[in-house]
Write a protein that binds this ligand. Structure first.
Ligand SMILES: NC(=O)c1ccc[n+]([C@@H]2O[C@H](COP(=O)([O-])OP(=O)(O)OC[C@H]3O[C@@H](n4cnc5c(N)ncnc54)[C@H](OP(=O)(O)O)[C@@H]3O)[C@@H](O)[C@H]2O)c1
Length: 367
């Protein structure tokens, strides 16, 4: 096979299609990488955001599931035939991206499924599917970018695995029905034993409680921060703002005002200078960028985000050593399955871009 089909950027110039289906050379892995024969794909906001300024012919996509086709000579823990899902840095080059028939993947952003041999080779029919344990290629494709993000965020927040005091502490997850929030709720509860307080539109409250959230508040309520303060008292030690607008960041800050110290993480490079703060409060701030898990600094629109050996080590300690034993207990989000075929990437990306997705992940299979 000399070439494979792939979803490619068009070099979008403010109108027209974001993507097209084309072909790229059959990919070659290096000694540290894994080649995945793709089965299913999921879209993420980062995909459409990058596509609004990407050059033409970059391979699109960040989330894939499938079967290991080839393993680099230095890779440990994966063999040909394993069922896996992986988070890929797509949308920025003609060499790597998730939405293609054969995908180059890195070890520390790839999950192996012990129950993978039971995944059906028949893709799910187009339609809506409720949250469930991860037992399909579609479900597997929907979780990896999110889990890598949550793992790095919890490292940045300084949450300690196995700390007995976790059961007395709460984490506030702002907007728990986001793809990130759905996974953060479960990891906070199942892996770290924290109490989970979250926000969402009312129609998603029962869904988030079913994932382990102890309390869910409606972020549309004008007094939502007061409601959270009254409920949580001084228990909130950590907060993750999955929306990361100035509005949500301010609300996270205000909701945690009773805490003697709180660590607040956001996902879009927000700084405390962008909100109203009280100099008497003890707050630590961090920003998570999942692309840093591979050890390279990242330039995003002129802002440099720094990685480090220590950051990657701390992330690997959680994602590579601890999380795998919890994968069989984690649920994927509700799924919206589109028609099979790479052609569905365009519809999937537009659904996200037009903010038409609530409490679900949009996925499509290869065929
Ligand atoms: N830095 C990183 O590494 C990283 C990684 C992953 C994601 N992100 C970023 O994080 C953000 C979330 O991504 P995602 O994929 O997790 O989200 P998503 O699944 O696309 O988010 C959809 C959810 O957003 C909620 N929502 C929409 N507008 C809102 C608002 N004004 N206030 C509160 N909630 C609102 C909706 O909740 P309801 O339906 O309940 O109202 C909906 O369920 C994006 O900006 C993404 O680019 C960054």
């Amino acid at each position: 096979m000399s070439s494979v089909k792939a979803v490619l950027s068009t070099g979008f110039q403010s109108e027209g299609e974001l993507v097209k289906v084309g072909s790229v050379p059959y990919p070659k892995i290096n000694d540290d990488q894994i080649l995945i024969k793709a089965k299913s794909f999921a879209v993420n906001p980062t995909d459409w955001k990058h596509l609004t300024f990407a050059e033409a012919d970059y391979i699109v996509g960040s989330d894939v599931s499938g079967v290991v086709e080839e393993v680099g000579s230095k890779v440990e823990g994966f063999t040909k035939g394993d069922v896996v899902s992986s988070f890929i840095r797509g949308n920025v080059s003609s060499a790597k991206g998730a939405f293609t028939e054969y995908v180059i993947a890195e070890q520390n952003s790839t999950i192996k499924y012990a129950n993978g041999s039971k995944f059906s080779n028949e893709g799910l029919k187009p339609g809506s599917y409720p949250t469930s344990l991860i037992d399909t290629y579609e479900g597997a494709s929907s979780v990896t970018l999110g889990l890598c993000t949550v793992a790095l965020s919890f490292v940045n927040l300084g949450i300690k695995f196995g700390d007995e005091s976790n059961s007395t502490k709460s984490i506030l997850i702002w907007s728990g029905s986001t793809a990130t929030g759905v996974l953060a709720i479960q990891v906070a509860k199942l892996v770290f034993g924290l109490k989970v307080i979250t926000t969402a539109s009312p129609k998603n409250h029962d869904f988030l409680k079913s994932l382990g959230a102890d309390a869910v508040f409606d972020y549309h309520d004008t007094d939502v921060s007061k409601q959270i303060r009254d409920f949580a008292g001084d228990s909130i030690a950590y907060a993750l703002d999955t929306i990361s607008s100035e509005y949500s960041f301010q609300h996270v800050y205000d909701s945690t005002a009773n805490s003697s110290h709180v660590a607040i993480d956001n996902l879009l490079g927000l700084q405390p200078l962008q909100i109203k703060t009280d100099e008497n409060r003890k707050v630590s701030y961090s920003t998570t960028l999942a692309y840093l898990i591979w050890g390279q600094d990242i330039d995003l629109m002129g802002t440099i985000f720094k990685s480090s050996t220590q950051l990657v080590e701390n992330y690997n300690d959680l994602f590579v050593k601890i999380l795998p034993s919890y994968i069989s207990k984690l649920k994927h989000s509700n799924l919206r399955v589109l028609n099979p075929g790479l052609e569905s990437a365009s519809e999937a990306l537009e659904l996200l871009r037009q903010n038409k997705v609530s409490g679900e992940k949009v996925v499509f299979s290869l065929n």
